[in-house]
Write a new protein. Structure first.
Length: 224
């Protein structure tokens, strides 16, 4: 376990509510960020996504559904992925602490994140959760840890724990993953910018460049 983290410093402005699934039907909406709280690369992206893209819709997604199984289940592949995440964290000058139960999944935390997104507090909850997990090493399936993330998002303990145990959220999380697969996404995190899906934490700058290009084109477009 790591040091206790002050969550009040991480409160973020809300980014609106989340409607699950059908990302292909959201072409003209604001950029979207698809993530899994159990994914260290989602954490590395979460720390930078709004700095690069501005306000985005934070959409929790099941990487198990996306990959049709855990990408960390193979011991050799998992070890290589850990090394890659640690190297990338050093490049970005971000802390990276492995939670005690990693790479076990975090279904309860994802359900709570889905509920937070529906309440318009998706960014606040997700940032608090990934920082607890990957800066502090805390277990996101621990109700006390979930309570800390909920407090950062302005959720009550009852709301958070109720959502964490509500299996109905799994359907939306899995449906979003399936929709992403239909759009060609094969890994998380991913972002949607101007109708295009860009997967992989390292490709965030590419998404930012696309967004600048699209915004520039819209400014230059003739009116009338």
């Amino acid at each position: 376990m790591g040091d206790v983290i002050s969550l009040n410093d991480w409160r973020r402005a809300g980014t609106g509510s989340w409607t699950p699934a059908s990302p292909e039907g959201q072409v003209h909406r604001a950029p979207a960020f698809f993530f899994d709280l159990g994914c260290p690369f989602s954490y590395l992206a979460a720390e930078r996504v709004e700095r690069l893209l501005g306000s985005v819709a934070w959409i929790p997604t099941s990487s198990v559904a996306l990959h049709r199984g855990s990408r960390w289940s193979d011991a050799r592949a998992s070890a290589l992925a850990r090394l890659r995440a640690e190297e990338r964290a050093r490049e970005l000058r971000l802390p990276l602490v492995w939670p005690e139960r990693f790479p076990a999944g975090v279904p309860m935390a994802l359900r709570a994140a889905a509920h937070a997104a529906q309440l318009g507090a998706g960014a606040e909850f997700a940032l608090a959760a990934v920082r607890l997990a990957y800066c502090g090493g805390f277990d996101l399936e621990d109700p006390e840890t979930l309570a800390e993330a909920a407090a950062a998002a302005g959720m009550t303990l009852e709301q958070c724990l109720g959502a964490a145990g509500d299996l109905a959220h799994d359907g939306a999380l899995n449906a979003t993953a399936r929709s992403l697969m239909r759009c060609g996404v094969r890994e998380l995190p991913a972002v949607r910018v101007a109708g295009r899906y860009i997967a992989g934490e390292r490709h965030l700058p590419e998404a930012a460049a696309l967004l600048r290009s699209v915004s520039h084109s819209h400014r230059l477009a003739p009116v009338g």
